[in-house]
Design a binder for this molecule. Structure first.
Ligand code: SF4
Length: 198
């Protein structure tokens, strides 16, 4: 499974191709207070195991993979229930902040769902992203469009890895402001350098 793509990296890619490349290919990771808080919350909330509440069985920290897609990773929680005689699985991903304006969390969740679809005969119609920052649970439907978008992200990740070239910084500095890799990436400085080089 060495060349399986970590599902969490699809989230990075959808946010910014340069961030994906820096993390996945170059192995860069800036552990600032926000990153540390996020991983501590995950550790506290999700040691592996399962518990039942009523007719819902919740599996925590579930390892998922897809041979068809070549991706693998963990789901924070997968809820299991029976609806009209059919087994239904619902992946849930926990995020530190608030709901963003980008689709990156949806893509990550959808890749988890596509693994579940491949590995079980259950229905996987929707999932949730829970944002600690706003205490909000956002419902995400795994529509054919979102699945197609997720496939595109996987293909793009493979292209970027094969090209072996660090993508340029974003022009979208709103994203850079919230990016933990900003001190490593230096988007403004790199842009200035490329402008003066022309
Ligand atoms: S600082 Fe901006 S360009 Fe650089 S990796 Fe982060 S989001 Fe991408």
């Amino acid at each position: 499974m060495d060349d399986y793509l970590p599902i969490s990296m699809l989230n990075q890619l959808e946010y910014c191709a340069r961030r994906f490349y820096l993390m996945h290919v170059c192995g860069e990771m800036e552990v600032n207070a926000h990153v540390l808080e996020g991983s501590l919350r995950h550790q506290q909330a999700h040691s592996a195991g399962a518990e039942r509440e009523g007719d819902v069985l919740s599996h925590r920290r579930v390892y998922l993979w897809s041979e068809r897609l070549g991706v693998a990773g963990f789901a924070d929680v997968v809820e299991e229930r029976v609806v009209d005689g059919r087994r239904v699985l619902i992946p849930i991903e926990y995020k530190k902040g608030r709901m963003g304006r980008w689709l990156n969390d949806h893509i990550q969740l959808c890749a988890q769902a596509m693994c579940l679809m491949e590995r079980s005969d259950a229905d996987v119609p929707k999932g949730y992203v829970f944002y600690f920052g706003s205490r909000r649970r956002e419902e995400v439907h795994f529509t054919p469009e979102l699945q197609a978008r997720t496939l595109q992200a996987i293909q793009r990740a493979r292209q970027l890895i094969a090209q072996g070239k660090l993508p340029p910084p974003l022009e979208h500095y709103a994203k850079c402001r919230d990016c933990s890799l900003e001190p490593i990436c230096l988007p403004r400085e790199m842009r200035k350098l490329s402008e003066t080089a022309v």
